[in-house]
Design a protein around this ligand. Structure first.
Ligand SMILES: O=C(O)CCC(=O)C(=O)O
Ligand SMILES: [Fe+2]
Length: 314
């Protein structure tokens, strides 16, 4: 049996009271015990996912000069970030990946537009905008359901977590890991061991395997998603507000062992809005687990972490 539980979102969205609480507990325990769950029944159209993968393959096959034109000026928060630019926080060597970020699009004139960098779109791939924005909305919907289930697990009001992501700073990251080539630094890897910065991350099934999680016993364990499944894990912001009752999941992407091909993946990093104050949930503070971190806004926390991983230069 796999360590990673598979849950069916329909049992939460359409289930009986009992099925809903079972889902909420399995999700909470999946994150606490292992750090990842895989999700079925999320209702995202498989064609939308397949078409988005086709569009990102086209995007990354553009020449380096053209791609560089779409590097946003926001510390990698929007548009293109080149090969080996990002590194895990304890490392100097960059990851063997290039990526493209799509962020929140608010209605014209919305007061929070000033909080977020604007999206960057590549003229050569016009389908990228409608596809990624639709997928963004769909993943936001699924994230909202998952956060509602998590609130149930913690006995909090239903919208406790999901209200944080109203007009939130979530980011859809489109990643290309090229095939390995001679001359790449010996110790470089596709994605070195790290934790995500945000609340939770949803990953539509990647095009090849390679994702691994670190177990409590300190062993690396492969996370395989079947077609149509979404992988969900916990990030630093959730760890922070739950006083580490839900630890951030340590994970990595290893270099190909068999066929040396490109790998594409699409993590959706679920973030609160920038002004949200990340405060410890009172019920997670106990004599055995005293409060670990002071309050900080989501925007300030994100900025600190983007400096640590090399995307913003201080
Ligand atoms: O490509 C993947 O499967 C995971 C990527 C990842 O962990 C990240 O970009 O934070
Ligand atoms: Fe990650």
């Amino acid at each position: 049996m796999s360590l990673v539980r598979t849950l069916d979102l329909k049992s939460y969205t359409h289930g009986s009271q009992q099925e809903r609480s079972k889902f909420a507990d399995e999700f909470g325990h999946g994150l606490k015990d292992i750090g990842f769950i895989t999700l079925e029944g999320h209702g995202i159209n498989p064609k939308l996912i397949a078409d988005t993968y086709a569009a990102i393959e086209k995007l990354f096959s553009l020449s380096p000069e053209i791609k560089q034109r779409y590097a946003g000026e926001s510390g990698g928060q929007r548009g293109y970030t080149g090969f080996m630019k990002e590194h895990a926080k304890q490392r100097k060597v960059g990851d063997l990946k290039e990526f493209y970020h799509v962020g929140q699009e608010l209605p014209h004139g919305h007061p929070m537009t000033l909080d977020y960098p604007v999206n960057v779109w590549a003229d050569e791939v016009p389908e990228l905008k409608p596809l990624t924005l639709s997928l963004y909305r769909e993943l936001e919907r699924v994230a909202r359901n998952m956060l509602e289930a998590l609130a149930q697990h913690f006995d909090l009001r239903q919208n406790f977590f999901s209200d944080m992501i109203n007009n939130g700073n979530s980011v859809l990251r489109l990643i290309h890991y090229p095939p390995l080539e001679e001359g790449m630094p010996q110790d470089a890897v596709r994605a070195a061991e790290h934790e995500d910065i945000n609340l939770i991350t949803l990953l539509c099934e990647a095009t090849t395997s390679g994702l691994e999680l670190l177990t409590n016993e300190g062993e690396w364990y492969p996370v395989e998603a079947l077609k149509g499944q979404i992988v969900v894990d916990a990030g630093d912001m959730l760890q922070r507000i739950t006083n580490k009752v839900i630890p951030a999941t340590t994970h990595r992407v290893v270099n190909p062992k068999g066929e040396n091909t490109s790998r594409f993946s699409m993590p959706f990093f679920v973030h609160p809005y920038s002004g949200y104050l990340l405060e410890t949930i009172p019920s997670t503070i106990t004599p055995d687990n005293p409060e670990r971190w002071p309050a900080i806004t989501a925007g300030d926390f994100l900025y600190e972490r983007l400096v640590e991983i090399g995307l913003i230069k201080k």
